[in-house]
Design a protein. Structure first.
Length: 229
């Protein structure tokens, strides 16, 4: 993605990209450029924007996101933005890895030793899901526990905080506002600060659209107010 290519179709958009986005939003200190890269990758994968993903995968590598982390982001988002979005992202980032000479031994293994499970928190989550979803979709309850929270979320090559960031970014991007409250609370439990969460919403206005960012604000506000008590 070259700003000259953008300018050929829209000089105004090229100016906004340079001034408002890269010289503006990307430089605000409330969220590191590494974290902004993670948020951006999550938005692009969720929207299936594989052309832009090439540029931003390179950008993420240049800003401290490791190949292992990028690989895990693609894996994680197969579950949160749809299987084909995840597999398309894996193929796309694979081309960048090949370009950079990143070999398979620099990527997470298929079946690593998992992180420890917070048994009490998992039991509470499982009970809530069983009560809400079990009577309607027992298979969904089973896979949510066995595949997501007792496997995917415990993979060690993406820190719990970063995995939560990816999930919240994907939910805002896809307009899944009902789901944001639980996962934003989990993100803050995992170390995401209020300032960082606020800046995530601002950053995603550019990559998920202003309407999605504005629609996320009431949910984020509710989480902040609940945690302030």
């Amino acid at each position: 993605m070259d700003i000259k290519d953008v300018s050929a179709g829209s000089p105004a958009l090229a100016r906004y990209e340079e001034e408002a986005l890269f010289q503006g939003a990307w430089q605000r200190p409330a969220l590191s450029q590494r974290d902004r890269s993670i948020v951006t990758l999550a938005a692009l994968i969720t929207r299936g924007q594989t052309d832009a993903l090439v540029f931003y995968t390179r950008y993420a590598l240049d800003h401290g996101v490791t190949p292992r982390e990028i690989s895990e982001i693609a894996t994680h988002l197969a579950f949160y933005s749809g299987w084909c979005n995840g597999t398309a992202a894996a193929i796309t980032v694979g081309t960048v890895f090949a370009e950079r000479g990143i070999a398979a031994d620099q990527l997470p293994p298929a079946s690593p030793n998992l992180l420890s499970l917070d048994q009490a928190a998992e039991e509470q989550r499982a009970l809530t899901v069983e009560q809400m979803v079990g009577p309607i979709a027992p298979g969904l309850v089973e896979d949510t526990g066995a595949v997501l929270f007792r496997d995917l979320w415990l993979r060690p090559d993406l820190a719990p905080r970063d995995r939560s960031i990816v999930t919240v970014a994907a939910l805002i991007t896809s307009g899944q506002f009902v789901q944001i409250g639980f996962h934003l609370g989990r993100a803050m439990d995992n170390g995401l600060t209020r300032m960082e969460a606020s800046e995530m919403v601002s950053h995603l206005a550019y990559y998920a659209g202003w309407p999605n960012a504005f629609s996320a604000v009431p949910v984020v506000k509710s989480v902040f107010e609940t945690r302030a008590e």
